[in-house]
Design a protein around this ligand. Structure first.
Ligand code: ZN
Length: 315
């Protein structure tokens, strides 16, 4: 791994972990900031271990606007005054909490007809995201971020997990920071990969990353592999390409299960019924290690991905 990039693990709730990255450049940069409490917690501590003050951060580049990546932006800016950058389609996440609450954050609960779950999610949101704010610069596919002395990050717009997802390609170091674009078997034990936006676009985005000649691949959560309890965020060489391949394979397996559920229920098209039927197949599949959510019967965290797949198969 390049000595100029440092993963910073930011833990949340019982077993969630997001990985922010520090980029050692003349403009010291954070890629993501975790949730609202992480800048003063895990991030300040990790920077301190490298002799870097949080106040010295000059730029924050968000891989996307979801709460566990951008929720700490305001707290980090309050200390550092850093400029905040996000893809054009991610700006609404910073500007307005409703973009989360009425969108990806509660969508699967609503689709499963679980209003109590949606209400509980909404109640805790401002604490994990921090105040609404205005980004300093919007990013577009192909942009190059010059962080000084030849440190240049190229922006790749790679939607699918979210519409605003970007990857960062640091060619001189052979480093590709992939955000949440490719998820293998998912971030949480017992859960599956989370794609909130478009499965078709996720496939195209993962295939695009596959073509980047990276030496190390850095993901923004430690993700799992089929048949393995291990979770990792940094992959060297062909390990990274194998992880991307498996991220495509897991999407194929989920789609197969949902299509089988459609075939087994020819008179049903509603999402809650088909999600539960697909979940039964997936929970019995030994390639996965899925655990059902006690409230919904759908494997933990898999509802958003199944919902997006269902919409794409339905249409
Ligand atoms: Zn996300």
């Amino acid at each position: 791994m390049s000595a100029r990039i440092a993963p910073i693990e930011c833990g949340y709730d019982t077993n969630g972990r997001v990985v922010a990255y520090y980029i050692d450049a003349p403009c010291p940069t954070l890629i993501d900031t975790g949730g609202a409490a992480h800048p003063e917690g895990a991030i300040r501590a990790a920077l301190g271990a490298r002799g870097v003050e949080l106040a010295a951060i000059g730029a924050i580049i968000n891989t996307h606007g979801h709460w566990d990546h951008a929720g700490g932006n305001a707290a980090a800016v309050a200390v550092s005054g850093a400029g905040v950058l996000i893809h054009e389609l991610g700006a609404p996440f910073l500007l307005d909490h409703r973009q989360h609450l009425d969108g990806y954050y509660t969508e699967a609960a609503r689709a499963l007809e679980q209003p109590a779950v949606a209400t509980a999610l909404r109640a805790g949101f401002p604490t994990i995201f921090g105040p609404e704010m205005v980004p300093n610069r919007l990013l577009y596919d192909g942009d190059r971020m010059d962080l000084g002395e030849g440190v240049t990050l190229q922006i790749l717009h790679v939607p699918g997990h979210s519409a605003d997802s970007i990857a960062l390609w640091w060619e001189a170091e052979g480093v590709l920071i992939a955000g949440d674009v490719a998820q293998g078997a998912g971030a949480r034990p017992g859960g599956g990969p989370l794609y909130f936006d478009s499965i078709a676009q996720a496939r195209a985005s993962i295939a695009r990353l596959r073509e980047v000649p990276f030496r190390t691949l850095h993901t923004s959560h430690p993700f799992g592999r089929l048949g393995s309890p291990e979770r990792r965020a940094v992959y060297v060489g062909d390990e990274g390409r194998a992880f991307l391949d498996e991220s495509l394979e897991t999407l194929d397996l989920l789609e197969e299960a949902l299509r089988a559920a459609f075939r087994a229920n020819p008179d049903e098209t509603d999402f809650p019924t088909l999600a539960r039927a697909a979940s039964e197949l997936l929970l019995a599949d030994p390639r996965w290690s899925l655990v059902p959510d006690p409230l919904t019967g759908v494997p933990v965290g898999l509802a958003p991905t199944l919902y997006r797949l269902w919409r794409e198969i339905e249409s």
